[in-house]
Design a protein around this ligand. Structure first.
Ligand SMILES: *Cc1c(COP(=O)(O)O)cnc(C)c1O
Length: 362
């Protein structure tokens, strides 16, 4: 299969410097989008073709477009950070590209070559480089590559046409007022994913499945849902969009990948960063009962969640039916803070990139 090139058709009317600066002063998350997007088509028999960088604009879709009915959709999320020398770099984009291929396989979609995925992200970041926030803070440019089934028809089958797109959105510091622990509702009624299902694929369907539990968590006064395994309803899996780590003194433990857990790039990176800092880091099984017991007896010293958007979020209060406890004193723990800083330093280019994780642009 040939790799498509991306033809540049930039906007004749990008936002002015002043308008962009006003957005960058308070970007929030996922609220504002840059001037351009990348679009690449796939058609059965022809493969990937017509790669273009074009002005950001609405899509026009026939009401019978397959993705709107059967949710054949996958996505990714990665960030571009301004480096101290003013250049821009993305964090481990090949991991996202590989996961995008794995998600595509699971949903019966065509695999985009890793180099095309990276080229598409690079082309958008280069074109909209002025949207990458300044070095110094935790701000970044969030990239959202995704693919949808665009064949028109209501027959249920893998589509014969797809659209791959990359859009970008400036992201403010996740914790503008300083890192604060999140509260967690452990859902014993709803599951996010099942063995043999698509929990290890990054697809909108998993998020749709999580929204009711998310609303229940909010009713319980909690910010996030923790899902348990679907069979025994006992083993901790992950949050709706973040992986979990348990800190036992000098050892960090994250749930073993079971097929119903999404393999986070942040999760993977932290296993390495923790070892680099002299901690023990391993995968294992942790039950919700164990979580409660070890938190009460003090052996479990910290818990945190991790993902591209927030990097690391400490877990504070945990609620399940009939019980509630608070990890630590409700303050971010020492290991949590150290790991967060170490990973951010690599991403922002202020610490040595020992593992070749940073992908420098231009
Ligand atoms: C994206 C995602 C994560 C975090 O993955 P990162 O690659 O670290 O951003 C965790 N869980 C789910 C369900 C996700 O969709």
């Amino acid at each position: 299969m040939t790799t498509p090139t991306i033809e540049l058709k930039p906007s004749a009317s990008p936002l002015s410097d002043a308008e962009r600066a006003a957005i960058l002063a308070n970007p929030g998350f996922g609220r504002h989008f840059t001037d351009h997007m990348v679009v690449i088509k796939w058609t059965e028999g022809r493969g990937w073709h017509d790669g273009q960088l074009v002005p950001y604009a609405p899509l026009s879709l026939d009401p019978a477009t397959m993705v709107l009915h059967y949710a054949q959709e996958i996505f990714e999320g990665l960030k571009a950070y301004r480096q101290p020398d003013g250049t821009v770099a993305t964090f481990r984009p090949e991991k996202n590209a590989q996961r995008f291929q794995a998600s595509a396989r699971r949903l019966g979609m065509p695999e985009l070559p890793v180099e095309t995925f990276i080229e598409a992200c690079d082309a958008l970041v280069k074109q909209d480089e002025a949207w990458v926030p300044a070095h110094g803070g935790e701000e970044s440019l969030y990239l959202r590559p995704f693919m949808i089934a665009t064949e028109v028809g209501l027959g249920v089958k893998p589509a014969n046409e797809y659209l791959f797109l990359v859009i970008a959105s400036p992201a403010g510091a996740y914790f503008p007022g300083g890192v604060k622990p999140v509260s967690i509702w452990v859902s014993e009624d709803h599951v996010r994913a099942v063995p043999g299902g698509m929990g290890d694929a990054k697809t909108g369907g998993n998020y749709a499945a999580s929204l009711l539990a998310q609303a229940e968590a909010a009713e319980q006064g909690c910010a996030q849902v923790c899902y348990l395994d679907a069979v025994e309803r006992k083993w901790v899996e992950e949050l709706g969009g973040m992986n979990l780590y348990f800190v036992y003194g000098n050892k960090i433990v994250t749930p073993t990948l079971t097929g119903s857990i999404l393999e986070g790039v942040t999760r993977d990176s932290l296993l390495q960063v923790a070892r680099d800092l002299g901690y023990e880091a391993e995968e294992g099984r942790v039950s919700v009962d164990q979580w409660q017991t070890d938190s009460a007896n003090g052996t479990l010293t910290e818990v945190f969640a991790c993902g591209t958007a927030a990097v690391i979020t400490p877990v504070g209060t945990v609620k399940r039916t009939g019980a509630e406890w608070t990890q630590g004193a409700g303050e971010p723990g020492e290991v949590t803070v150290k790991l967060r800083q170490a990973l951010l330093d690599i991403q922002r280019g202020t610490a040595e990139d020992q593992h070749g994780w940073m992908h420098k642009l231009g």
